[in-house]
Design a protein around this ligand. Structure first.
Ligand code: GLN
Length: 302
């Protein structure tokens, strides 16, 4: 049996379990390269050789887990987000590509004079004209794997970030990721709901709250079913934690500060209604994801 045959057999098991040929190829390729520690070129050149001894039993075990629709990120233990490799376990939501918009919008705010943090930070103690060393105070609510907070921290050397989560198990993963990316000294992890018990005001708050409607549970994909419910479900309308994040932003953002928050399909009007009842906040703009679905709200504290 060649490596080619072993991989074909693995793909066939996934196709038999309802995966498309494309998905099966992508997964088997990634699993084999992860187990063998090879790049794609090496995998291709060695296809006609006997499979290396270390391929099994791990490949078969991983395929079995995948046939139960476990997320690939949990199986291989990592997922790329904003070009960085994050450790991922079943204690945290698997980072989604659309959540990268939170990072992008935050970095844009930090680079636009007059709209952000940097200008504000002059008022926080640094001489005007010398904002290069001013600390930007950021909070990330419901940090999960830490992917948003860490991506922002890596790209904003002057930031100091409080990252909260109600799940201690998630914070263990987030701390490991902060250490992996060399930003642990600028991140404070707090086990709390929203920013309860956290002192001070922030220039930017980021959040990807759980926003799936409780009633959508039966319809959720077989893959998502493996992810933590606390990271997914946000009450009857999916707006419970979005409401909590808005109230936190009204209380914990400094005047002129920004909230960058993800929300779910069809929730834009609900978010607007919640904002109308909170005159301290105003919608600046909404970013649509790559499928054209309104996804990321950029909201300013008046
Ligand atoms: N985007 C996720 C999903 O639809 C939900 C993530 C969240 O609730 N923040 O599966």
């Amino acid at each position: 049996m060649t490596l080619h045959d072993a991989l074909a057999e693995a793909r066939a098991r996934l196709v038999a379990a309802d995966f498309s040929h494309v998905e099966a190829s992508i997964d088997v390729d990634l699993y084999a390269r992860t187990i063998l520690g090879w790049d794609r070129a090496r995998l291709l050149t060695d296809l006609q050789d006997a499979p290396p001894g270390r391929l099994e039993p791990t490949l078969s075990e991983w395929i079995t887990r995948r046939t139960r629709h476990e997320p690939t990120a949990y199986i291989v233990g990592t997922r790329e987000f904003w070009g960085l490799d994050f450790a991922i376990t079943p204690a945290v939501l698997v980072p989604r590509p659309e959540t990268e918009f939170i990072v992008e919008e935050t970095l844009l705010l930090l680079r636009t004079p007059g709209t952000n943090g940097l200008e504000r930070s002059a008022a926080l103690g640094t001489a005007p004209g010398d904002v290069s060393h001013a600390t930007v105070r950021i909070a990330d609510i419901g940090t999960g794997s830490g992917c948003v907070a860490i991506a922002v921290a890596v790209n904003t050397p002057t930031s100091r970030i409080v990252a909260s989560d109600v799940s201690e198990a998630a914070l263990v993963v987030a701390r490991a990721n902060a250490a992996r990316h060399g930003v642990a000294d600028r991140l404070d992890f707090v086990a709390t709901s929203y920013l309860d018990g956290v002192d001070g005001l922030f220039q930017i708050i980021t959040a990807n709250p759980p926003y799936v409607k409780d009633g959508d549970k039966p319809a959720i994909s077989r893959v998502t079913r493996h992810e933590p419910e606390v990271a997914l479900y946000g009450g009857a309308e999916g707006l419970r934690d979005i409401t909590g994040v808005l109230d936190t932003a009204a209380a914990k953002l400094e005047p002129g500060g920004w909230l960058v928050m993800e929300f779910g399909y069809g929730q834009e009007e609900g978010v607007e209604t919640l904002l109308a009842a909170r005159p301290a906040l105003r919608m600046d703009h909404v970013r649509s994801d790559l499928q054209g679905i309104p996804r990321t709200a950029v909201i300013q504290r008046r």
